[in-house]
Design a protein around this ligand. Structure first.
Ligand SMILES: *Cc1c(COP(=O)(O)O)cnc(C)c1O
Length: 418
């Protein structure tokens, strides 16, 4: 073995692409050991919301580090977790009354699925069928993969993944989706899990709020629990704190992670409605919720989340997001007008995506790794999904930095054409 022993995620080491070493970061900029400044146009994989090393969040972690580092959370508690739970319940719709902590988006989803199944088991009406939306992504653990799109990502494990009912992705007015969901729900199901408004890893696919609303109504009518996975869409990405707000949708279960700490520390929550909590509530230990991970509600991560919540309460975050969204739209329009091979432009809040016309499309298209190198040479961190280039920047990105990102995309469009 030579070089680093690190085995990186979603990285084919055999391709021997350089792995840049980053020494520090601030706002939307990453600084490498080689002295480069890289614009982080993917928010370090969709987590960094306000910007890297936000002073309020970093200070809160520093202060907490002097008090309490870690605590068993089964039957014990600490103030940062209590503060985050109280703050979250105040920010989300009233029906979501209970907050269960974990440490990643995948875990938040596993917890959501177990809560839904537990709800049915403990109310004497066992149901196990789960419904999912085509092209979804909910994480990389076995349960989360099971409710996600099947493909090259999980082919080796396919025989172990459990069966789900897949609802087609909305086309046109979304009738195809609603009709299929109606049929599946009528057949009986425990829950439907969905990424509201934007399917992230599936290719930044967007669909309108009225379809989200209609999906929620179908589930309510058939008593099928509605799980909103807002791990990516939460914390302002889509223009509102939660994407569900834009459809007036209140889920039974809500998953949050990524931006919950402003993207600084691993933390996740699964919020549940009171009936789901009550299904587990009794004097019998048989119905308690059997789920925990060692670092559940880690105090340092909770301190970061509490600081993030304070930023949301006290600073004009939504105004910043609205302004960023408008700038993103202008860049998107200009890029599409200048480059005929940039197609299918779409935007939801601060997220923009565009497809580069490419004969051999798909995730394994050689276009994506080539583009990543191309962008990096231009001081921009972008990580296309197949031939989809998306820009999901921290909210503190400057105009000049955003220009640099879109200039690089325009140049890439030209170079692909040649
Ligand atoms: C990223 C993501 C997850 C998984 O979160 P991790 O923290 O990476 O485990 C789940 N759902 C959605 C919608 C995501 O974008």
């Amino acid at each position: 073995m030579s070089g680093s022993p690190v085995w990186h995620p979603f990285t084919q080491h055999g391709l021997k692409a350089p792995v840049p070493l980053v020494t520090h970061a601030r706002d939307a900029l990453l600084y490498t050991a080689e002295g480069e400044e890289i614009v982080d146009a993917v928010s370090s994989w969709w987590v960094t919301t306000h910007g890297h090393c936000h002073p309020r969040i970093m200070d809160a972690v520093r202060e907490q580090a002097g008090k309490l580092d870690q605590l068993i959370f089964a039957g014990w508690t600490h103030e940062p977790a209590e503060e985050v739970a109280r703050g979250l319940v105040e920010m989300v719709p009233d029906a979501l009354t209970r907050v269960f902590f974990s440490d990643s988006g995948s875990t938040a989803v596993e917890v959501a699925l177990k809560m839904a199944l537990g709800h049915w088991a403990h109310t004497g009406r066992p149901r196990h069928r789960l419904l999912v939306l085509e092209h979804s992504y909910h994480g990389d653990t076995i349960g989360a993969m099971s409710v996600g799109e099947r493909g090259v990502f999980n082919a080796p494990y396919a025989p172990l993944l459990f069966d789900v009912g897949t609802i087609p992705f909305p086309q046109g007015d979304g009738a195809n989706t609603i009709d299929a969901l109606e049929r599946e729900c009528a057949g009986g199901a425990a829950a439907f899990i969905v990424e509201p408004l934007v399917l992230g890893a599936g290719g930044m696919l967007t669909y309108p709020p009225h379809v989200l609303k209609a999906m929620r109504e179908v589930c309510a009518r058939h008593d099928v629990l509605f799980i909103a996975d807002e791990v990516m869409t939460g914390w302002g990405r889509t223009g509102t704190l939660l994407a569900c707000e834009q459809a007036g949708v209140v889920p039974d279960i809500l998953c949050l992670a990524k931006g919950i700490t402003g993207g600084s520390m691993p933390l996740a929550v699964t919020l549940a409605s009171e009936p789901i909590f009550q299904a587990h509530y009794s004097t019998s230990r048989e119905t308690m919720f059997y789920h925990s991970s060692s670092y559940t509600a880690n105090p340092l991560a909770c301190a970061a989340a509490a600081a993030n919540l304070a930023i949301w309460r006290e600073e004009p975050v939504l105004e910043r997001i609205a302004a960023l969204g408008e700038k993103q739209q202008a860049h998107l329009n200009a890029a599409a007008a200048a480059h005929p091979n940039l197609i299918n432009t779409r935007r939801c809040g601060t997220i923009t995506a565009i497809d580069i016309e490419d004969a051999d499309g798909g995730y394994l298209s050689t276009l994506s790794p080539r583009l990543m190198g191309y962008f990096r040479e231009r001081g921009v961190l972008l990580r296309p999904l197949g031939n989809t280039v998306y820009v999901m920047p921290p909210y503190s990105i400057t105009d000049a930095q955003l220009d640099k990102v879109w200039t690089a995309i325009g140049e890439a469009a030209l170079s692909v054409n040649r």
